[in-house]
Design a protein around this ligand. Structure first.
Ligand SMILES: *Cc1c(COP(=O)(O)O)cnc(C)c1O
Length: 377
């Protein structure tokens, strides 16, 4: 019998690393160093080494990583930040919470990422930063974004929550891990992410010593010397128990990402040249770690097909059904339908299929057969 299909199979993944994870977690419990224990330092050092970045600052989740980045870079109410309307709300939510104005720029049809040709027209004298979101596992055009950021003296805060392990390939052939190119990179270790813990977790990356100092202080109540608070910060820490899980899983990250890529390759083959499906496009300047495998549907009743897939116990998801500029929470920004036509059109036609480290070919075949059958109707 085929195992049930899930969007992510954390149980199957855990079973393969149970011994290592259990040992690592037990060590923390026995040490009782629950907060800022040695496990957090070990994981931090291992992640710095993996990414090739000078500083990793662990924090409580990806949303905090973004918020603390903007605070450390000195952004304040009245400033403007440019980002994508086709992402999870957290990216823009923290901007709004800090009283900063969110300016959206449409995305590219092919890659779902920021359309860099439209960036400059969104820049005003108040613009302070760009937040490129490396959506679904591949990079935005970081070379172009860096060029524009330099020209207008803007900070770049990378949202790498969905793309840890992916690399940007520069024109000269040099490669850098995503999240290490901008002023800061922000990652989430939410369980379903490519590197997920067993609760909430996050981290910020930077190569700049002064920014790193600020990030660490802000994550710890604005405290740089014990009980001396230079500024108002937040309480955002990574638990030692989560660090223990992450340290084990980091050693498997490349293998996990390769498994996702293989599963994506299988889907690509099955859906190649289909008249009603557009398979994902990979940019020439990026590797892809397939946090999601997202198809675009043409001339098909997406909602009816999703119903049928669910009846066949195949979970599928729409990431994302509503672009951020049309979310009620952002109505105060004054955007309207038609402002970002590509993002809007994507919301109406995307569908994400299960892609994870434990997916079997048998399961994938079943998913593909069902979808192809429904597309005939
Ligand atoms: C998951 C995610 C976040 C938020 O991370 P949390 O750890 O859930 O706070 C932010 N941005 C993107 C693109 C994400 O996918």
């Amino acid at each position: 019998m085929m195992n049930p299909i899930r969007m992510v199979d954390l149980k199957g993944q855990y079973e393969k690393i149970k011994k290592e994870v259990d040992e690592s977690v037990l060590q923390v419990i026995e040490s009782t160093a629950f907060i800022n224990g040695p496990k957090v330092k070990e994981f931090q050092a291992h992640l710095e080494n993996y990414l090739g970045v000078k500083h990793v600052i662990p924090c409580a989740n990806g949303t905090d990583a973004l918020q603390v980045s903007l605070m450390a870079l000195g952004l304040k109410a009245g400033d403007e930040v440019i980002t994508s309307p086709f992402t999870f709300i957290a990216t823009a939510e923290v901007v709004g919470l800090l009283g900063i104005t969110c300016k959206f720029v449409d995305v590219e049809w092919d890659t779902f990422n920021l359309d860099v040709t439209q960036l400059e027209k969104a820049i005003t004298p108040k613009t302070k930063a760009i937040i490129p979101v490396h959506l679904f596992g591949q990079s935005c055009n970081m070379e172009k974004i860096a060029e524009i950021a330099e020209k207008y003296e803007l900070f770049v805060v990378e949202d790498v929550c969905q793309a840890i392990g992916a690399e940007f390939v520069f024109k000269n052939g040099e490669k850098k891990k995503l999240g290490t190119i901008g002023d800061t990179g922000c990652v989430s270790f939410f369980p379903s992410k490519n590197l997920g813990c067993y609760g909430d977790g996050g981290a910020i990356f930077t190569n700049d010593d002064e920014i790193a100092r600020k990030l660490r202080g802000i994550c710890n109540h604005g405290m740089f010397k014990q009980y001396h608070h230079e500024l108002l910060g937040v309480n955002s820490r990574l638990d030692s128990i989560q660090a223990a899980v992450l340290d084990v899983k980091l050693a498997h990250l490349d293998e996990y990402n390769a498994a996702r890529k293989k599963a994506a390759g299988f889907y690509n083959k099955m859906f190649e040249n289909h008249l009603k499906l557009e398979t994902p496009t990979i940019s020439s300047f990026s590797t892809h770690v397939f946090h999601q495998y997202t198809l675009k549907m043409k001339n098909a009743n997406r909602e009816a097909i999703i119903e049928k897939m669910k009846e066949a116990e195949i979970p599928v998801m729409i990431y994302y059904p509503i672009p951020l500029h049309l979310q009620e929470a952002f109505c105060y920004l004054g955007y309207k339908k038609g402002d970002f036509p590509v993002a809007e059109k994507l919301c109406d036609c995307v569908i994400s299929l299960p892609v994870h480290t434990e997916l079997t070919e048998e399961q994938q075949r079943y998913i593909c057969e069902k979808l192809l059958e429904e597309l005939k109707n």
